[in-house]
Design a protein around this ligand. Structure first.
Ligand code: MG
Length: 449
C-alpha cells in the first residue's frame, strides 16, 4: 500500500513526466486540425481611433472586448503608408519594392491603371488554398481591377466588394469579376460586407477557411447606415468606425455561436494611418506624429489586435515589433505550410509573440514611401533619412545626418538626438546598406497605363 502523500507525489511526478507528451500531442493536434484564419483590415483607420487605443469619444465595444480576450500589439506596422502597396505587402509577405507594387509618381492604383499584383506572387490565400482551405475576399481589393488581377486570380475562391478605393469612379461593386452594382450604395456597404462574411463562415463551418476582409472605410467619402450615421459623439467619422466595430462584433459572435472561436485566429489592423488632410473626416494617430502618406509613425503604426481564445492569452499587451508582412510566415507556421524559397521575403514568424512565449524575431523596420527608403528602425531607434512635410508634397526633405529618435522614450518623434548617438546611426546605415545590396526591384506596376 502506498502512503497517500507518496501517492500524490508519484502522481505529481507522473504529471510532470507527461507534460511534454501532452504539449507535443497538442502541437500535433493543432497541425492536424489547423486554425481558421480571419484578417479584418480597416482602411485609413488611425492608431488613436479605437477605445482600446485611447480614443475618448469613439465607442468600440466589440474591438475593446476583442482586445480584452486577446492581445493588443502597440508596435505593429504596415509596410507602406498608402493603400495599394500596404495591401500587396500584407498578402505576399514582401516589401512592395520587391513586387513592383509601389511608385513615386502614382502612389496607388487608379481606375485607368493597367497593372496589378503579378500573378507569380504567392499570397497568403495561395498558401492556405494549398492546405485545403476555403478562401474568400470580402471588401476592398486595390491590387488591380482588371480581370487578370482580381482576388480569384490570387488564391481566393470568391470575391465580393469594391475593387479599389471608395472615392474612385466608377465605384462599382463586384461579385467575382462581374459588376453587380454601379454605383455601389455605400450607405449599406459595411452591412453587406458583414452579411457576406458571416454567410461565408457559416457555409464553411465544417472545414478550414480563410476570410480576408478589407473594409472600404473609414477611407473618405464617409458613409454609414442609418443605424450608425448620427449616433457617435465623434460625428460621421465616429459613426463609420462604430459601424466597423459592429461588423467585427458580428464576425466574432458568429464564430462564438458556431463554437469556432477556439479554432480561429482573428487579426485586426489598418492599412495605413489616418488621412489628416481630410480634417474632421480623417482619423487620429493619437500621440503618434503624422498620418497617411508619411513615414512618421502615425502613417505606418496601426491599432492591432490578435484574438484566438484558448491559444492567445487573454488581455495581453505586446510591445514587440511586428509588421503585416509577418503574417505570411506566422500563418504558414501555424498551418504547417512551406514558405516560398525562390524569392526574398520580409516575413518573420510572430508565433512566439502571439502565444505569449517569447520575443519577436523582428528587430527592425524599413519605412518606404513609394520607391524611396525614407527611414529605418533598429530596436527602439529610428533614423529618418528623408521626411515628407505634407501628403502631396513632391520632394522629400533630405537629412544628412539623419534625424534620430528613440521611439520608446519619445513615441511622438519630437526630440532629435542624432548628435548624441553617431554609433546608432552607423548601425542603422549598415542595416540599410545590407538591405539595399540584396534589392532587385522590378519596374513599377503602378505606372503602367
Ligand atoms: Mg488606406
Amino acid at each position: 500500500m502506498i502512503h497517500a502523500s507518496a501517492s500524490r507525489r508519484v502522481g505529481f511526478l507522473l504529471a510532470l513526466l507527461c507534460c511534454p507528451l501532452v504539449a507535443a500531442a497538442a502541437d500535433e493536434e493543432k497541425k492536424a486540425d489547423p486554425p481558421n484564419i480571419v484578417i479584418l483590415f480597416a482602411d485609413d483607420l488611425g492608431y488613436g481611433d479605437l477605445g482600446c487605443f485611447g480614443h475618448p469619444t469613439i465607442a468600440t465595444p466589440n474591438l475593446d472586448r476583442m482586445a480584452r480576450e486577446g492581445l493588443r500589439l502597440t508596435q505593429f506596422y504596415v509596410a507602406e503608408c498608402v493603400c495599394t502597396p500596404s495591401r500587396a505587402a500584407l498578402l505576399t509577405g514582401r516589401l512592395p519594392i520587391r513586387n513592383g507594387m509601389c511608385s513615386d509618381t502614382k502612389r496607388v492604383l487608379f481606375t485607368d491603371s493597367l497593372g496589378g499584383l503579378p500573378e507569380g506572387e504567392i499570397t497568403i490565400a495561395d498558401t492556405l488554398k494549398g492546405k485545403g482551405y476555403a478562401t474568400a475576399c470580402v471588401g476592398k481589393w486595390h491590387l488591380g481591377h482588371l480581370p487578370q488581377f482580381l482576388p480569384t486570380r490570387q488564391g481566393f475562391d470568391s470575391y465580393y466588394g469594391i475593387p479599389y478605393s471608395n472615392d474612385m469612379k466608377p465605384t462599382v461593386l463586384l461579385r467575382g469579376a462581374t459588376v453587380i452594382e454601379d454605383p455601389a450604395d455605400q450607405t449599406t456597404l459595411t452591412k453587406r460586407y458583414t452579411a457576406e462574411a458571416v454567410s461565408f463562415i457559416r457555409q464553411n463551418r465544417d472545414q478550414p477557411f480563410f476570410l480576408y476582409m478589407p473594409h472600404n472605410f473609414p477611407h473618405v467619402p464617409l458613409f454609414a447606415s442609418d443605424d450608425f450615421k448620427d449616433k457617435s459623439l465623434r460625428g460621421l467619422y465616429g459613426g463609420v468606425v462604430e459601424e466597423l466595430d459592429w461588423s467585427v462584433g458580428q464576425v466574432l459572435d458568429t464564430l462564438r455561436e458556431l463554437e469556432l472561436d477556439k479554432k480561429t485566429l482573428v487579426f485586426f489592423t489598418s492599412d495605413n494611418g489616418p488621412w489628416l488632410i481630410k480634417n474632421r473626416n480623417g482619423g487620429s494617430a493619437g500621440l503618434l506624429r503624422g498620418g497617411k502618406g508619411s513615414t512618421w509613425e502615425g502613417g505606418m503604426r496601426e491599432p492591432t489586435i490578435a484574438w484566438w481564445p484558448g491559444t492567445i492569452p487573454a488581455g495581453g499587451v505586446s510591445r514587440e515589433l511586428g509588421c503585416t508582412t509577418d503574417l505570411l510566415a506566422t500563418i504558414s507556421a501555424l498551418v504547417d505550410a512551406p514558405l516560398p524559397d525562390d524569392r526574398v521575403l520580409d516575413s518573420y514568424d510572430l508565433g512566439p509573440v502571439l502565444l505569449g512565449k517569447g520575443e519577436s524575431p523582428r528587430k527592425s523596420m524599413l519605412y518606404y514611401r513609394g520607391r524611396k527608403l525614407m527611414a529605418a528602425r533598429l530596436g527602439p531607434w529610428k533614423a529618418h533619412f528623408m521626411t515628407q512635410a505634407g501628403y502631396r508634397q513632391a520632394n522629400p526633405e533630405v537629412h544628412d545626418p539623419p534625424l534620430l529618435f528613440h521611439l520608446e522614450h519619445d513615441p511622438s518623434e519630437k526630440y532629435n538626438v542624432a548628435k548624441d548617438h553617431p554609433d546608432v546611426i552607423a548601425d542603422i546605415r549598415k542595416l540599410v546598406s545590407e538591405h539595399e545590396a540584396n534589392l532587385n526591384a522590378p519596374p513599377s506596376q503602378l505606372e503602367i497605363r
